[in-house]
Write a protein that binds this ligand. Sequence first.
Ligand code: CA
Length: 482
Amino acid sequence: MENQTLMQYFEWYLPNDGQHWNRLAEDAPNLASKGIRKVWMPPAFKATSSNDVGYGVYDLFDLGEFDQKGTIRTKYGFKEDYLKAIQTLKANGIEPMADVVLNHKAAADCKERFTVVEVDPNDRTKVLSEPFEIKGWTKFTFPGRNKAYNDFKWHWYHFTGTDYDAKNNKSGIYLIQGDNKGWADDELVDNENGNYDYLMYADIDFKHPEVIQNLYDWAHWFIETTGVQGFRLDAVKHIDSFFMKNFIRDITEKYGDDFYVFGEFWNGDETANNDYLESIDYRFDLVDVKLHQNFFDASKSGADFDLRTIFDHTLAKNHPESAVTFVDNHDTQRGQALESTVEEWFKPAAYALMLLREAGLPCVFYGDYYGISGEFAQESFQDVLDKLLDIRLNLAYGEQTDYFDDANCIGWTRQGKDDGQPIAVVVSNDQASSKRMLVGPEWASKEFSDYLGKISQIVTIDEEGWGEFPVEEKSVSVWSVK
Ligand code: CA
């Protein structure tokens, strides 16, 4: 089977010009030619304003169609542009994947009065007050949509908590009181801060039957309206995993196992990831946060990092079938909430460690591919990524043999397709070095060269099938027959 590659087609600082869906549609043939087979698009829903990246979702039924929150279009364009981009991706053999933000709702239409207790932000299981009444932003009526597609109205009892009391003009974390209210069970959400159900805005209560029904209604409407072929689930560590497991089970039963789903479980802890995958019956994949953290640490530590440990405690190692690997994303780029940007010198090596190995579904970040402009600018890595993507698409197949035998220089080989040629990859985080690796006696006396073009010399394979493959200082080279 052909190697699959995912691309995250956005970064945080895209211009608010409503043209991104059009750019994506125009780029689809190019992406397909590079071997991109899935595209993760940014959230398409009407959010707090046209400048919202998409995570402050206001209305899941408004894809840039109704005059709400001061705009018809979203940051990325109009609904018809989104639908056209999706159709164009599919026409080019790329599966479009929607970023689905279900944890919270923002920018309510009206305030309501209801009873809460205030909890400790550092331990949300610890109640700081007696019950009292607040005025909170929890009533969503969507007047600009006027009941098109769906007439559900949200009220305070559809949420678990909120963070602002308009009555006293006071911010805090307020746990909503009432029958069957409360945070999601501790076992069903991340346990940071005692219980990490609450992230931001009005936090959706996945225990409420009306909420569950509305989200199922929405999912069917959304999938059938747009034709998306997969979901990226935002913030799943803050969402009741029992709901999510059932929700994705029911969607994939209806739309087929080819409907691909992965979740953002932002936690680098090995046990937490293993437990979460088990709790959802492995029904969707997870982003490999620990591998990103290892890449980040390696880039910061230089020669002090032991490259032999680069896959330690990662999903790629523990659950390669469930891992979506990535180098950086819209949250880890400079200036963002989870800033942990892999330093530029290590990015080509990190991408090689992701794109040229067996484990995981690799995700190429738009900001790395096209670069980032503005205050937090970053150069484009398109040249090296195009080479790595080409090697992934055409050569990085077959048995993988690791030579993780030196703290500062590691390598691996791939045997290639049955009728194909092998590759030998070398990574150094210190001075120039080389790695002796076996590509097979059938390649004796053949000349290998560096597909990344960093080194111009030729490596001739010896009679037993071994080669001594060099790498420059703090660099990566990929050797094969030209
Ligand atoms: Ca939540």
